[in-house]
Design a protein around this ligand. Structure first.
Ligand code: ZN
Length: 92
């Protein structure tokens, strides 16, 4: 994994799975970011783990401010599959 420059998402594919994004609410103290996409393209995404679960955080930074939303919290394997689908354009 290259730390300085995250991955770029592949273009969205036909028949992609919509991810249910909800407003990000702080639920627990320590969130570890396991992977992230490049911030040169908005929104940027981060794979986060906290409290034994993993979720994806979506961040849009604009002149109006920063908007953060998050995917459902999933078990590690399911969250990693979702992350791969996101990067490959199969989910967004
Ligand atoms: Zn980039």
């Amino acid at each position: 994994m290259i730390e300085f420059h995250g991955s770029h998402l592949k273009p969205l594919r036909e028949g992609f799975v919509p991810i249910v994004w909800s407003e990000s609410v702080p639920r627990c103290g320590s969130i570890r970011v396991r992977a992230h996409t490049c911030e040169c393209i908005m929104p940027s995404y981060e794979l986060c783990s906290a409290a034994g679960l993993v979720h994806i955080r979506r961040t849009v930074r604009s002149a109006e401010g920063t908007c953060v939303s998050e995917s459902p919290w999933l078990r590690t394997a399911a969250a990693h599959r979702l992350w791969e689908s996101l990067l490959d354009g199969h989910a967004r």
